[in-house]
Design a binder for this molecule. Structure first.
Ligand SMILES: [Zn+2]
Length: 229
């Protein structure tokens, strides 16, 4: 299948059944695997924090217990070793705010700093509806995206409410590109939707994203996980 066909099908949007979209997406991933010429775009340099006007890290954050990592088992922790030994799982999230609201990394960070009391945005990467990939929390610092299970887990958020709307084709392609890159860079082994790591307390990343997770994992050679680790 030609990529433009895939994109045309995606552009048809709400008229397609979700299963059909997942199948077309899987075909794209298969085409990538079989082709000597990359179908997916090369991993771009993520948009840096300065470009989305990230606020400074809050060293007084009341829910990350300061920066003394030896004494804060659930708070701020810096990975000092190679990232390949620090991580095992990629967790996928939605922002739960409709893309019609034009939410940004800055507004997500503001919520995490001001309402949740975290030291920084909790996610390591964000992907907007246009498929732009943003740098979030430093990859050398433990994220804050999964209750009680952030150690060794990278958090990626897609902007949108996927209980109400589907991810865009640009988001899916960017997410696959990012997932493949992170798998190699950090020697990941597993991929999980947030709700699989925190069952019963969240529906994140939403019912319109959930069907893509198997394909996303297979495209990157990751196993699926349904339990916190
Ligand atoms: Zn989540």
């Amino acid at each position: 299948m030609k990529r433009r066909t895939f994109l045309a099908l995606m552009a048809a949007g709400g008229g397609l059944l979700i299963a059909g979209r997942v199948y077309e997406y899987w075909q794209l991933v298969q085409e990538q695997a079989a082709s000597a010429i990359p179908v997916l775009p090369a991993m771009p340099t993520p948009i840096p924090r300065a470009d989305w006007e990230a606020r400074p890290i809050n060293h007084e954050a009341f829910n990350e217990y300061g920066f003394a990592s030896e004494t804060n088992p659930t708070g701020w922790l810096e990975y000092r070793d190679d990232l390949k030994s620090a991580y095992h799982t990629l967790s996928i999230h939605h922002s739960a705010v409709s893309r019609l609201a034009y939410e940004t990394m800055r507004t997500i960070q503001g919520e995490h700093l001001d309402k949740r009391g975290w030291a920084d945005i909790g996610y390591h990467f964000g992907i907007d509806p246009q498929g732009h990939i943003y740098t979030g929390r430093d990859l050398h610092v433990r994220g804050a995206s999964v209750a009680g299970g952030n150690t060794g887990v990278i958090g990626v958020v897609l902007m949108g409410n996927f209980e109400l709307e589907a991810p865009t084709d640009a988001q899916l392609i960017a997410l696959q590109t990012l997932t493949n890159w992170l798998t190699e860079t950090c020697a990941l082994t597993h991929l999980a939707g947030h709700s699989e790591l925190n069952p019963g307390i969240t529906v994140c990343p939403g019912r319109f994203m959930q069907p893509y997770l198997d394909v996303l994992a297979r495209g990157a050679g990751l196993k699926r996980t349904h339990t916190a680790s």
